[in-house]
Design a protein around this ligand. Structure first.
Ligand code: ADP
Ligand code: GN1
Ligand code: MG
Length: 370
């Protein structure tokens, strides 16, 4: 790690490195450097190039997005702008990333001190703050200029493709476990039909394309460790064209329920409408008046949609031998799939209540003139 860290423009002496965080995609390490006066921390990541096939285009997107966020924060005269966007550390050759002799692609960020990220939502305030920061982030991207961002993962939220990949994994059954997950396969098949029908009814396939984050799960936001304010949106690798359903849906999926993504106690899992209210108020106030009536009308289905899409992806990965998402124990992707299928059921059952929450949040904001 010391040799890799030396490829980046970091002042002082290498002190230590350790694995860090609970992301499912990259290999992430926390570095500490020190000199006589101070100690500073950095995040070093080996990019997962199985997932991101064109790391050069990915890093080009990332540095453009970081610069854009910085410019917009300055324009807004935001308080502590440095704490509100990611900062890449350049390599000693002035590049955005370093390629090791084995072809590994590495990048480095300043560690955002005085922040924390949570894997499971704890309070309505957290739900609100995470959603508000993701909403603001998307609002700033409505002014993004220059060439279109590269598509870092094609068909990332294409439900038909995701479901076809599940069917292909079932047919292949490369690890012989399809017969043991027949129940989940059947549940996925019936939710696929039900959700597609409901999405068609609200015109979800005709929503405007905008630049969105595409991976707004609650641990992709850094909250102020003291005040809980939503500060810095991270994990910018999937920022590209998409619809508001992906962002609002990931927030509802991950911030409306206190249980873990791979929770085994399905009976105890619950959707808390106060948390949904936090997400709705936060997201709508963050993104401002840019949502169309069509987008607002489709939002109540975003949570069940994203829970379903993740369930399909986890089940596909379980059937394929855990090749995509990092796992820390046997059958973790299966537990994740089961827990997300349960979330689909709970969120879908609450869709009318969620619609009312979104409508009241929207009215409140109009009343407040925002
Ligand atoms: P993955 O794509 O694997 O999820 P992330 O980019 O989300 O990788 O990083 C993994 C974790 O590392 C995050 O959830 C967060 O806790 C932490 N992290 C990433 N970047 C920073 C940063 N600049 N400052 C502080 N923590 C960070
Ligand atoms: C991955 O990178 P991370 O852990 O924040 C995944 C998301 C999934 C999520 C499920 C690039 O997010 O799409 O929704 O796991 N990211 C990618 O927890 O596939
Ligand atoms: Mg992440």
């Amino acid at each position: 790690m010391k040799e890799t860290a030396a490829k980046f423009e970091i002042p002082g002496q290498f002190a230590e490195a350790a694995s860090y965080g609970s992301g499912h995609i990259h290999d992430t390490y926390l570095l500490r450097f020190e000199d006589s006066a101070r100690s500073a921390r950095y995040i070093l990541q080996r990019i997962n190039t199985q997932v991101f096939r064109d790391p050069v285009a990915l890093m080009d997107n990332l540095s453009r997005i970081c610069s854009h966020q910085r410019r917009e924060l300055e324009r807004e005269r935001a308080r502590d702008p440095e704490r509100r966007h990611l900062h890449l550390v350049a390599t000693t050759e002035g590049r955005t990333h370093w390629v090791d002799p084995d072809g590994g692609h590495w990048r480095c960020f300043h560690f955002q001190e005085g922040t924390r990220s949570v894997d499971q939502v704890e309070t309505e305030h957290q739900a609100h703050e995470a959603a508000r920061a993701f909403g603001r982030f998307a609002a700033r991207l409505t002014h993004f200029e220059g060439p279109r961002l590269a598509t870092t993962i094609p068909d990332f939220h294409n439900l038909e493709r995701r479901y076809a990949a599940l069917e292909a994994a079932i047919r292949r059954d490369s690890h012989g476990c399809a017969p043991s997950v027949e129940v989940e396969i059947d549940q996925a098949a019936s939710w696929y039909e039900a959700l597609r029908g409901s999405l068609r009814e609200v015109g979800a396939e005709r929503l405007p394309i905008r630049i969105v984050h595409n991976d707004c799960k609650i641990n992709n936001i850094l909250l102020d460790a003291e005040t809980g304010e939503g500060l810095c949106v991270i994990d910018l690798d999937t920022v590209m064209d998409g619809t508001v359903l992906a962002d609002f849906g990931e927030l509802v999926r991950t911030a409306s329920c206190r249980s873990a993504e791979d929770e085994a106690g399905l009976g105890e899992m619950a959707i808390e409408l106060d948390l949904v209210r936090g997400v709705a108020r936060g997201y709508l106030s963050g993104i401002g008046a840019t949502l169309t009536p069509q987008e607002l009308n489709a939002l109540p289905l975003a949570g069940p949609l994203m829970a379903f899409e993740n369930a399909v992806r986890f089940l596909t990965d379980h059937l394929s031998g855990d090749v995509y998402f990092q796992t820390h124990r046997e059958a973790q992707n299966l537990d994740r799939a089961r827990a997300q299928l349960r979330r689909v059921e709970l969120l879908y059952a609450e869709r009318d209540a969620i619609r009312q929450i979104i409508e009241s949040a929207q009215l409140e904001l109009r009343g407040a003139g925002k």
